[in-house]
Design a protein around this ligand. Structure first.
Ligand SMILES: Nc1ncnc2c1ncn2[C@@H]1O[C@H](COP(=O)(O)OP(=O)(O)OP(=O)(O)O)[C@@H](O)[C@H]1O
Ligand SMILES: [Mg+2]
Length: 272
């Protein structure tokens, strides 16, 4: 039995408070869908849970199976059983994907995995994801297409066997066949007992994985924690009903005031 418990969490990035009192529980064997308009703090929450150094926890707590994960470095959180598939995975030229995966697998084991066992697991996972095996041996994410990067995140998930997996827009950039493949992996990993927190803007992915619960984040707070029927409603109507029925104003993203005007740097003053 695993359980991630977040209580009254406030967190900031670059001096701006984004998370404003998050309360959320995720159990193993359940899929929690996380929805919300752009820029309201969903990715921030996942980054804070994983311990991204840019994000500062102002107050509140996060416990995994009774252990205070806010006291742990990111690698310790991974070893404790947390996993994050990022919205935009980074390219790491010069680091082979398979070496990276093997180091990550070994970091969680007392005795390193044998070469034979590792490549057998890698072969089976790439087949499950219908990934060409050469992607596993190239530099990590370098030159990978958008969809290949997302599948590579799922490859890590299969090999690392986390207790709680967080997927940030894993479906963005995936073609229809790839969404089906990724959904099958999510479903089979859930059957193995993993808990999931999954961000998506689209009902299509959720239709394929049947979340157990849906939560909606507005202005850095979870304002709905309900059965998954709310996903269909959001898909049809958008977020307007949250304002009309719950009386919660939805903050709009601020316009970027630092944009350079093209005209300002390319004007020659005509001289006589
Ligand atoms: N490193 C950063 N520096 C400055 N602001 C940031 C940083 N990271 C996030 N923010 C801001 O925090 C707010 C929440 O961003 P976040 O990425 O969590 O939104 P989101 O809900 O995941 O949106 P989306 O659905 O578009 O992915 C945004 O206003 C964003 O610009
Ligand atoms: Mg995001």
């Amino acid at each position: 039995m695993s359980k991630l418990v977040i209580k009254d969490l406030y967190a900031s990035v670059e001096g701006k408070q984004i998370l404003k009192g998050i309360n959320l529980e995720i159990n193993d064997n359940e899929i929690v869908a996380l929805l919300g308009p752009n820029g309201h703090g969903k990715s921030t929450l996942l980054n804070v849970i994983m311990g991204h150094p840019r994000y500062v926890v102002d107050s509140g707590s996060i416990y995994l199976d009774g252990k205070n994960i806010l006291e742990m470095a990111t690698d310790e959180r991974a070893r404790a059983g947390l996993f994050l598939a990022m919205q935009s995975p980074s390219e790491v030229p010069g680091v082979s994907n398979s070496d990276f995966l093997r180091s990550a697998v070994n970091a969680r084991l007392e005795k390193p995995v044998s070469t034979y066992k590792f490549y057998k697991a890698l072969d089976s996972a790439t087949k499950q994801l219908k990934m060409p095996f050469d992607l596993a041996t190239r530099s990590l994410n370098e030159g990978f297409s958008g969809g290949e990067k997302k599948r590579n995140e799922m490859l890590q998930l299969i090999l690392l066997e986390p207790k709680i997996a967080m997927l940030d827009e894993i479906d963005s950039g995936l073609d229809v066949d790839a969404i089906n493949i990724v959904s099958e992996v999510i479903n089979s990993e859930k059957e193995k007992g993993r808990g999931f927190l999954i961000i998506s803007h689209y009902a299509r992915l959720y239709d394929l994985i049947n979340p157990t619960r849906a939560v909606v984040m507005i202005n850095g707070r979870i304002v709905i924690d309900s059965d998954p029927s709310v996903i269909k409603r959001i898909d049809k109507e958008g977020y307007e009903f949250i304002k009309t029925e719950l009386g919660i104003e939805i903050a709009k993203e601020e316009p970027n005031m630092n944009q350079t005007s093209i005209g300002s740097c390319d004007v020659k003053v005509k001289t006589e």
